[in-house]
Ligand binder design. Structure first.
Ligand code: SF4
Ligand SMILES: [Zn+2]
Length: 388
């Protein structure tokens, strides 16, 4: 007798009951579940500090605390196509664990001494009661206010109701809400990103945040899934311009491929190449005159909003990259621009691969090739054939 058909990606040899589980097969595999529950719930995912700029333009050091949480409620029912945060979560994290992680983080960074800013990220929304117990939300808000640190939190739009924001602002009068809008375009939000909220919902959230006197940071994504390089450049330029007035700060996240996501599948099928660093340079050059109508630098009077781009894993195959030879210099110039807001950071940058990139942009925007004409991988052909 032949054995029944096994859906072995699911891990426990039982057929999946929902399409949702099939789409998320990598997350449900035995190895992924084992890894997820191997994390220590009393320690944060990571804690570090970086140079930053305060809302008033002053240079400071910012602590970043990434907590180990239950993850994002949108992921539980669906999830964004590129989001790999589930890799860092644990299903059973409670208030006492989060408090232990918070104490650990403060100990590790000497109570954030000498730091003007604290970023608390939860792989979801800090102000979402289903993800984060309310008493812990309160601890973070209150302690940062008491310590006099500017707090940055992340949130989806649904949590930014007047009621919730007023409650949070009564505890902490000085924080920034960072929203992963990703694209200022309903079609892209729906079909490329599966964001689960609309532009209208973002507009409402921004209005509410402004009404309670807090700051808005907007994340935009450069080159979402199912989009070619040329379209990404055209689209993202439009999104920055459209979101600038409503945001105190725009942070562009160039796609990097995280394990077990839909974009990871596309990438491994060689149907997606992470963005070129040249595209990011071009994006900055196109949008700088809009962000700074009088040609000012970062923090200048003419600044409509702050524009920052930190390419994660720059120069790596799973992050934004060029040819491999020029990546370090181009990546560093982009990082420098995020601090200085000075276009001269790109003076003198060139490489033979710039022509290849330019050609790709030209063909992507002039021929009907939906996923683009670009070669998905760089390097020698033998390496492509050997890679998984
Ligand atoms: S809303 Fe944010 S945390 Fe939730 S699935 Fe999307 S990207 Fe991930
Ligand atoms: Zn190059």
């Amino acid at each position: 007798m032949t054995s029944p058909i096994r859906l072995n990606l699911i891990g426990d040899n039982k057929p999946a009951e929902r399409l949702h589980d099939l789409v998320k097969a990598p997350e449900n595999t035995a190895w992924a579940q084992e890894k997820k529950h191997s994390w220590d719930a009393s320690e944060p995912a990571t804690v570090y500090y970086t140079p930053e700029v305060m809302p008033d333009g002053e240079q400071t050091t910012a602590a970043t605390v990434i907590l180990r949480t239950k993850g994002c409620h949108w992921w539980w029912s669906s999830g964004c196509t590129f989001c790999g945060y589930f890799n860092d979560t644990r299903d059973d994290v409670e208030s006492k664990d989060l408090h232990a992680q918070w104490e650990y983080s403060k100990r590790k960074l000497s109570n954030f001494e000498g730091m003007g800013m604290v970023k608390v990220y939860t792989s979801g929304s800090l102000l979402e009661d289903r993800e984060i117990p309310v008493d812990f939300q309160e601890t973070v808000l209150r302690e940062c206010a008491e310590m006099g640190k500017h707090l940055i939190i992340e949130s989806r739009t649904e949590q930014c109701t007047m009621e919730k924001l007023q409650w949070a602002s009564n505890i902490n009068p000085d924080f920034t809400v960072a929203i992963g809008l990703e694209a200022h375009d309903d079609e892209v939000l729906r079909f490329h990103i599966n964001k689960g909220f609309s532009l209208k919902s973002w507009v409402r959230a921004v209005e509410n945040i402004r009404k309670v006197g807090q700051r808005v940071k907007t994340y935009l994504m450069f080159k979402p899934p199912f989009m070619n390089e040329g379209d990404a450049l055209e689209q993202c330029t439009k999104w920055i311009i459209a979101a600038a007035e409503a945001s105190d700060e725009i942070s562009v996240n160039p796609m990097n491929i995280q394990r077990g996501t839909i974009i990871d599948r596309l990438f491994r099928a060689r149907e997606y190449r992470p963005p070129w660093l040249w595209s990011l340079v071009e994006l900055i050059q196109r949008t700088h005159p809009i962000i700074h109508p009088k040609g000012g630098l970062a923090g200048a009077e003419d600044q409509i909003c702050r524009l920052i781009i930190h390419p994660t894993a720059a120069g790596r195959v799973r992050g934004s990259h060029n040819c491999g030879k020029c990546d370090k210099h181009v990546g560093a110039a982009i990082e420098r621009y995020s601090v200085s807001g000075d276009l001269r950071e790109f003076d003198g940058l060139d490489c033979a691969c710039r022509k290849v990139w330019l050609n790709e942009i030209h063909l992507d925007t002039s021929t009907p090739v939906i996923l683009g004409v670009g070669i998905p991988r760089r390097g020698p052909i033998l390496e492509h054939l050997r890679s998984p």
